[in-house]
Design a protein around this ligand. Structure first.
Ligand SMILES: Nc1ncnc2c1ncn2[C@@H]1O[C@H](COP(=O)(O)OP(=O)(O)OP(=O)(O)O)[C@@H](O)[C@H]1O
Ligand SMILES: [Mg+2]
Length: 452
């Protein structure tokens, strides 16, 4: 047997809940780390956020089949093996599974021993390959649970994720829009001991105030007009797992009181019921606003802030991640080109420089959208500066404008300062450290400033 230092990670995919449960229990007893998914789309989500050594999938499932999943794994993950379980022991289905890229298959019914020895056989092969081969040429950029980045700023985020994953503490994830807050939340969940239970994201800003409570906590039949039956909320769905309260700053003060109670007592009350029920849910929250200043303004409860802010992960904006922009550019270019079945275009050095200098107010999401558009629009094999959005070219020119004269730079700076003080020349002169007369001369403006 080839030993490996860490626990092997197995993803079991089956639409029958009982099969999932049995396989999970048996494999966990053999010291594997086991994830489950009730279908192919859910399995793909897990694969996107967590490295898996072996996928064990049922063949027949409603919607996409086990064969589709095998194909997906073979085309996207070189370091993951697949094993097929089939209830239809025909030669064709087995042959097809193996041809598509399954390493092995099991026909139902099988004994625990048959399962264990098949799993061990496949994993041994994988370990042997890893041990004897140089690392496979990487077609994909290395990522930390789907997060691309090698900059120091992102290394800090990764180690914070690892620490957060190993404790049950509440985590506040802050960062500008599009920096990857949800991806970080998923990474924490999928690398935590709760990984095999649900991860439930709730966008607090998108759900109307009057619906949020019943969406979160559920409601009993007759709780309000239209509540024709008792329905579970996100907290019940997430039981045993993690709930991600996205944009928590958008909740009302009264909702904040209710959330505080859940955090303190670990129980929820369904709307229309007075009986609290215990829930075992880990809470992660995100914000793109500065919560401490909202606390000062009185629109966010201080006690709730302290409760959620046990661990804080601050995600740096893209412009502070240095060359990560290039890694992400390559990653998204490859991804979209493959999706569209186009050859993967390159970037000219100048174009890359423009991307590097741009301010990226929308962060990774903005970069992803820009690259997607470029890949769709471009027909050549090289993306050059004129192909980039004009907004970006203009700002790049400004920032890398090493061809400009001092006078041009000075004039622009003065105009920017003036704009920032609404044209008040006295204030502008103060900021610039010159007197108003000099300022007027520099601008050669008639003195029509009424703010003075
Ligand atoms: N480091 C990264 N590597 C790869 N993809 C990333 C990274 N960070 C973010 N993304 C991608 O960028 C997009 C935005 O990420 P995400 O939704 O997690 O950001 P967010 O901070 O929650 O954004 P918003 O504030 O708009 O809700 C997603 O498509 C995500 O997959
Ligand atoms: Mg988000």
């Amino acid at each position: 047997m080839v030993h490996s230092a860490k626990k092997d990670r197995i993803l079991v995919v089956d639409d029958a809940p009982t099969t999932l449960e049995v396989l999970q229990r048996n494999l966990t007893s053999q010291d594997y780390q086991v994830f489950t998914a009730p279908g192919v789309p859910e399995a793909i989500k897990v694969l996107d956020t967590t490295p898996v050594d072996l996928v064990i999938t049922d063949l027949k499932m409603p919607g996409a089949s086990g064969l589709d999943l095998i194909r997906h794994v073979r085309e996207n993950f070189k370091e993951t093996e697949v094993m097929m379980i089939t209830g239809y022991p025909t030669i064709e289905s087995a042959v097809k599974a193996v041809k598509t890229g399954a390493e092995d298959y099991l026909t139902k019914p099988f004994t625990d021993e048959e399962l264990f020895s098949a799993v061990q056989r496949v994993l041994d092969k994988l370990h042997l390959r890893r041990a004897t081969q140089p690392p496979l040429t990487q077609s994909r950029t290395a990522s930390h649970y789907g997060l691309i980045g090698e900059s120091e700023a992102m290394q800090k985020v990764f180690s914070a994720i690892d620490k957060a994953a190993s404790t049950p503490a509440t985590v506040l994830i802050s960062g500008e829009s599009g920096t990857g807050k949800e991806l970080v939340a998923r990474a924490i969940h999928y690398s935590s001991p709760r990984a095999s239970a649900p991860f439930v994201p709730v966008n607090c800003g998108a759900i109307p105030e009057e619906l949020l409570e019943s969406e979160l906590f559920g409601h009993v039949k007759g709780a309000f007009t239209g509540a024709t039956e008792t329905r579970a909320g996100f907290f019940q769905t997430a039981d045993g797992g993690t709930i991600f309260l996205d944009e928590i700053s958008e909740t009302s003060l009264s909702m904040q009181v209710k959330l505080l109670r859940v955090l303190q007592d670990k129980e929820v009350c369904m709307v229309g019921s007075t009986r609290p029920r215990k829930v075992d849910v880990r809470i992660l929250a995100s914000t793109n606003k500065d919560l401490p200043s909202l606390v000062k303004k009185g629109v966010f409860r201080e006690d709730l802030f302290f409760r959620i802010n046990v661990i804080t992960i601050e995600i740096p904006p893209l412009r502070e991640r240095g060359d990560d922009i290039f890694l992400l550019t390559r990653y998204f270019t490859t991804k979209f080109a493959e999706e569209l079945g186009k050859p993967i275009p390159g970037f000219s050095d100048n174009a890359l420089q423009v991307l590097r200098n741009y301010h990226w107010p929308g962060n990774v999401r903005e970069l992803e959208n820009v690259i997607q558009r470029l890949v769709i629009m471009t027909d050549g094999d090289l993306i050059e500066v004129p192909d980039l959005p004009s907004l970006m070219r203009f700002s790049a020119l400004r920032e890398t404008g090493l061809h400009r004269t001092l006078a041009e730079v000075e004039a622009e700076y003065i105009r920017n300062v003036l704009a920032s003080v609404d044209g008040n020349k006295t204030r502008a002169a103060e900021i610039l450290g010159i007197d108003r007369k000099t300022l007027r001369e520099k601008l050669k403006f008639p003195d029509t400033d009424r703010n003075d």
